[in-house]
Design a protein around this ligand. Structure first.
Ligand code: SF4
Ligand code: SF4
Length: 487
C-alpha cells in the first residue's frame, strides 16, 4: 500500500496523563457501530479549537495505518520530549461530546478493554465504596478493577485535518435560543431572589432556583427570565432504570450530575409556576420531565391536577409532558385537563434492546406505543426523544417502525439525542451486526425518513410550537447540508 497521505485527517490519541497527540502517519478511523471505515468527504466537520477532547479510560485507539493498508490498534507510543528524553506509554482513545443541537455520526474508533456491565462489576467487588477511575481533568487513577465504566458522554470520533480539529457529527437543529451568552446573565441572582420573595413557600420554585444557579440548567433559568421553554421539576422517582440516567445515583457511588427532587410537590405550587410562565413568557411552554428528573407521570394525580389548576388560570401557551411513556392513562387525563404536547423518550422500537437499556420496572414498550396513540387521539403534538446509537438506530427496521407511526398520525417530530452511556458495555448489549439488517448510517437514516415523510420534523430541542411562525420552519434543518459549528 501507499505512503501516508497528508491530505487525510490524522488520528488523535492521548497519554494516560491526558496529553493529546496527533499520530505522525496514521489516519483517523471512524466506527459506524458495526465496522471501522475511513472518513468520506462529508463525514467530518471542522469544530472550534476550544471544544474539549476527552480521553477514554480503559480503551486503546484504533486508526488506519496507510503503510500496512489496514486498521490497527495503537498499543504503545513513544514521544520524544524537547529536552531529548523519551517516554513510552500505552495510549488511550479520544473523543468529543457533541454540544446540544449536534448529532454523533460515528463513534470514536477504539478497542474496549473492559465491557462488563457496571452493576455486575460493582457486585463482583463486593459492593464496597469504589474509587473513581478517571478524574475531572481526564487523568486516570486508582484501582483499575474499580472502574465502573466510562462516564456518560456521547463519544464521537475526532481527528486533525490541516490545522483544525474535525469531528464526525452533524447539526440537527437551530440553536439560536441555546447560545451560552443568552444564559447565566449577571441579573440571574436578582431575578431568582425577586421571584422567590413573591412565592416564598413554593418548594418547586426553590428547586428551580437550585437548578438555575447550581446546575446551570437553561430551562430552569427560562422560568426566571420569563421566556420560552421553562421546566417544572416534579418527579422524585422513575418507572425505569436506564443505563444512561443522569439523575439517578448509580450503584457504584459516583454522584449523578443533577439531583432529583427529594419531596413530592403539591399541585398548587406546580400550577402557580406554570400559569405565571404561560401568562408572561414569550413563546411560552412549560415542560414536565425535562432532562434530568424522574418520571413525571409516576405521580399522575399530581400532574393532572397541576395541569387542571393551571388551565383554570390561563389557556395560553403549551403544556408539554416529557415522559418515558410508561403511564398511558395519565397521558389521557393530562391531555383532557389541557396538556397539549407530548415527548416520549425511546432508544429503539426493538423490544429486547429497549428492555436492556430502560430496564422498565412495571411497564412494557407496548405502554410506550399506546401513550403515543392516546396522544394522537387527544390531539397532542407528538415527538419522540430518540436516543441514537450509530450502528443500531440507523437500521432499516427502525425506519420502518417509525414510518408506521408517522403514517398512523402518531408522530410529528423526532428529536435526535445522543445516547450517553458507557460504550464498552453497551455495545455488548446489542445483537451481532449480522442480525441488525441494513444499516443506513445516521445521516442516511434521517435522510431516508425525510424522503418518505417530508413533513416529519427533526431537531434536538422541543419545538417552538408557541411561535406564530413555527409552521414555516423547514422540517429538517440538516437537509440544507453540512454546517460547521461555530459556538
Ligand atoms: S431539567 Fe434538571 S436541572 Fe433543569 S429544572 Fe429539570 S430537574 Fe432541574
Ligand atoms: S426514564 Fe429518564 S428518569 Fe427514568 S431512569 Fe430513564 S433517564 Fe432516568
Amino acid at each position: 500500500m501507499g505512503k501516508s497521505n497528508r491530505q487525510r485527517p490524522r488520528m488523535l490519541f492521548a497519554s494516560p496523563a491526558g496529553e493529546v497527540f496527533e499520530h505522525p502517519t496514521w489516519e483517523l478511523a471512524l466506527d459506524t457501530g458495526a465496522e471501522f471505515v475511513r472518513p468520506g468527504r462529508k463525514d467530518l466537520v471542522t469544530i472550534p479549537d476550544h471544544w474539549d477532547i476527552m480521553t477514554m479510560a480503559g480503551t486503546r485507539p484504533i486508526g488506519f495505518d496507510p503503510d500496512a493498508g489496514r486498521f490497527a490498534e495503537l498499543t504503545t507510543y513513544t514521544v520524544e520530549r524537547p529536552d531529548g528524553s523519551r517516554e513510552t506509554f500505552e495510549p488511550l482513545a479520544v473523543a468529543v461530546h457533541p454540544p446540544p443541537g449536534y448529532v454523533r455520526r460515528y463513534h470514536s474508533a477504539a478497542a474496549y478493554l473492559d465491557t462488563l456491565h457496571p452493576d455486575e462489576k460493582f457486585k463482583s467487588l463486593g459492593g464496597g465504596k469504589l474509587m473513581v477511575f478517571q478524574d475531572d481533568a481526564g487523568a486516570v487513577g486508582g484501582d483499575d478493577m474499580a472502574r465502573p465504566g466510562l462516564p456518560l458522554w456521547a463519544y464521537t470520533a475526532v481527528g486533525f485535518a490541516g490545522d483544525s480539529k474535525v469531528a464526525a457529527l452533524f447539526l440537527a437543529d437551530e440553536t439560536s435560543r441555546w447560545a451560552p451568552d443568552l444564559y447565566y446573565e449577571p441579573n440571574l441572582d436578582e431575578l431568582v431572589a425577586r421571584r422567590l420573595s413573591d412565592d416564598p413557600d413554593n418548594r418547586v420554585l426553590k428547586q428551580l432556583a437550585t437548578c438555575a444557579k447550581d446546575y446551570r440548567c437553561c430551562c430552569a433559568q427560562n422560568i426566571f427570565y420569563e421566556r420560552w421553554e421553562g421546566a417544572v421539576p416534579t418527579a422524585p422517582a422513575c418507572t425505569a432504570a436506564c443505563l444512561g440516567c443522569l439523575s439517578k445515583d448509580p450503584a457504584w457511588n459516583t454522584e449523578a450530575p443533577q439531583k432529583r427532587l427529594k419531596f413530592s410537590p403539591k399541585p398548587g405550587e406546580i400550577a402557580r409556576i406554570m400559569a405565571h410562565h404561560l401568562e408572561t413568557a414569550a413563546e411560552p411552554m412549560v415542560s414536565f420531565g425535562q432532562g434530568c428528573e424522574g418520571e413525571p407521570t409516576m405521580n399522575g394525580d399530581v400532574l393532572v391536577e397541576s395541569v387542571r389548576l393551571c388551565r383554570a388560570e390561563t389557556s395560553k401557551g403549551v403544556i408539554n409532558i416529557n415522559t418515558n411513556g410508561s403511564r398511558p392513562e395519565v397521558i389521557r387525563r393530562a391531555a383532557e385537563a389541557g396538556a397539549n404536547a407530548l415527548r416520549i423518550s425511546i432508544n429503539t422500537f426493538d423490544r429486547d434492546v429497549y428492555n436492556a437499556y430502560y430496564r422498565p420496572a412495571d411497564y412494557t414498550i407496548d405502554d410506550v406505543l399506546q401513550s403515543l396513540y392516546i396522544g394522537r387521539d387527544q390531539g397532542m403534538y407528538l415527538s419522540i426523544n430518540l436516543l441514537i446509537w450509530p450502528g443500531w438506530t440507523d437500521r432499516l427496521q427502525e425506519v420502518e417502525d417509525i414510518s408506521a407511526l408517522v403514517e398512523d398520525g402518531a408522530l410529528h417530530m423526532i428529536q435526535l439525542r445522543n445516547l450517553c452511556v458507557d460504550p464498552g458495555h453497551f455495545r455488548t448489549v446489542l445483537p451481532d451486526k449480522d442480525k441488525r439488517g441494513l444499516l443506513l448510517g445516521m445521516r442516511g437514516f434521517v435522510d431516508e425518513l425525510h424522503r418518505r415523510h417530508p413533513t416529519l420534523r427533526f431537531g434536538t430541542f422541543n419545538p417552538r410550537l408557541a411561535a406564530p411562525w413555527y409552521e414555516e420552519v423547514p422540517p429538517w434543518v440538516g437537509a440544507r447540508g453540512v454546517s460547521a459549528p461555530t459556538g
